[in-house]
Ligand binder design. Structure first.
Ligand code: ZN
Ligand code: ZN
Ligand code: ZN
Length: 449
């Protein structure tokens, strides 16, 4: 079984989590930008800056990652122009002659002398109360005949060009660079709001999930979120939370699925989870559901021995247990010496141990289990069936098969065999295939142990 712990995007970012918490609690509603020439970016988000104590690119990254996760929705707010040299948004427009680029231009009413075609600003023609053409010095008397008005235009003092639209350039007030209009960096800024569709899911993610993971860790589990595991079919599956623990005798693996729905969770969804768990060979299955399972789904879950936890219950279960973490979590290597020593080990590790336990199977038959070890770790009740087989000859396939069958009938997947004096090769091969933990003893234990 290969596991691969993936980084879980936003949840590794404390700041992002804090922002989501604030928004869910309604302490931050809309995240609105404010233009701020004194800041590095030229704008800021005061509410977020204050709540998270971050700014600039770090703040934008938080907003972007939450938008990618569909927790925030962005809407266009404004477009800013930015100096390509120093990133300042403190720019002022300057106007220039489109022909020679000079900034020495003037705007006014432009007249054109019909006779010589000279065009200039009205003021150039005025001389002692009359209109005199500055080029050919003739007087112009009648509008529409001697001369005509071209309207309000610009005129360049350097090259004398007249034009309707000046060229616009942007001058940075911070570094003084002048940039052509088409070379200026444009930047869209957005405002953000909380995506209410994600509320139920987040209500689990933000608190119960963290508690659940903490709960598992306190009990000695290694926890991976969004763990990728290859199944027997060859397909790769993602398990929402994968908890593994080497208990010395048995390696426990719990697959925890998280299902969130607006109303009830339907059969199809948990069928998919069960399928995945089966394919990757995990029999300890927990499904955390928000809010609850539908009736068909519930029936299926109980049939498939999926432990179902509703988030509202989880809260109580976990809070109660987290307050009083179990004393033993220390793992010690286990090396089999004797049956008695195995029982001691189990009891020391919190198992309830019963010898010669009679357990009813699904078939209705009563089965005798040499040692039945049970331990409720708060999430899953682990049951280990330990067969104690003592014979003159190596234990044969049929006997191991019978033990395996019994365990299957009573629904126990964690199996241990203590076999004296060992197993036949076929029996050993079968045990291995059925994932039975084997302890083979050459000679019977001395009596009176
Ligand atoms: Zn003229
Ligand atoms: Zn010019
Ligand atoms: Zn600049």
């Amino acid at each position: 079984m290969e596991t691969d712990q993936q980084k879980n995007g936003i949840w590794t970012n404390q700041k992002a989590m804090l922002l989501v918490t604030e928004m869910m609690a309604g302490r931050i509603v809309d995240i609105r930008p404010q233009v701020d020439f004194t800041s590095e970016m030229g704008f800021n988000y005061p509410s977020v800056e204050k709540a998270l104590d971050i700014k600039g690119d770090e703040l934008l990254e938080v907003l972007q990652s939450l938008t990618e996760a569909d927790i925030l929705r962005e809407k266009f707010f404004d477009r800013l122009l930015r100096c390509p040299q120093c990133r300042s948004i403190n720019l002022r427009p300057t106007t220039h002659c489109p022909k020679c680029g000079s900034g020495y231009i003037a705007r006014g009413r432009v007249l054109e002398h019909s006779a010589c075609k000279y065009a200039g600003l009205e003021e150039e023609f005025i001389s002692k109360g009359r209109y005199i053409c500055p080029k050919c010095h003739q007087e112009m008397r009648t509008s529409g005949v001697d001369y005509q008005s071209l309207g309000l235009l610009y005129k360049c003092h350097d090259c004398h060009e007249t034009f309707r639209l000046p060229l616009i350039k942007w001058q940075c007030l911070k570094c003084a660079t002048v940039t052509d209009e088409d070379k200026v960096t444009e930047l869209n800024i957005y405002y953000y709001s909380f995506n209410e569709d994600k509320r139920s899911w987040l209500e689990f993610e933000l608190r119960p999930k963290i508690q659940l993971i903490e709960f598992l860790r306190q009990r000695g589990y290694k926890v991976a979120e969004k763990a990728a595991i290859k199944g027997r079919s060859g397909a790769e599956h993602e398990i929402d939370i994968l908890a593994t623990r080497d208990d010395g005798i048995i390696d426990y693996t719990i697959a925890i699925g998280v299902k969130v729905a607006g109303d009830k969770i339907e059969l199809g969804e948990i069928f998919d989870f069960d399928d995945k768990a089966y394919d990757v060979g995990i029999h300890d299955k927990v499904l955390v559901v928000v809010p609850e399972l539908g009736r068909e789904a519930e029936k299926f879950a109980s049939q498939q021995r999926i432990k179902v936890l509703e988030v509202r219950d989880l809260d109580t279960v976990l809070i109660g247990n987290i307050a009083t973490p179990p004393k033993e979590v220390k793992l010690e290597p286990f090396k089999f010496e004797s049956k008695k020593q195995l029982i001691d080990y189990l009891m020391r590790h919190g198992y309830d141990v019963k010898e010669n336990a009679i357990v009813k199977g699904k078939s209705g038959a009563d089965h005798n289990i040499g040692i039945l070890a049970t331990k409720d770790d708060g999430i899953i009740t682990h049951r280990i069936a330990i067969g104690v087989l003592e014979f003159e000859q190596p234990v044969d396939l049929a006997t191991v098969f019978e033990f395996d069958d019994k365990a299957y009938d009573i629904g126990i997947m964690d199996k241990v065999l203590i076999a004296t004096p060992g197993l036949t090769p076929e029996a050993r091969q079968f045990a291995k295939r059925q994932k039975i933990r084997l302890f083979e003893i050459e000679a019977p234990e001395p009596s009176g142990n």
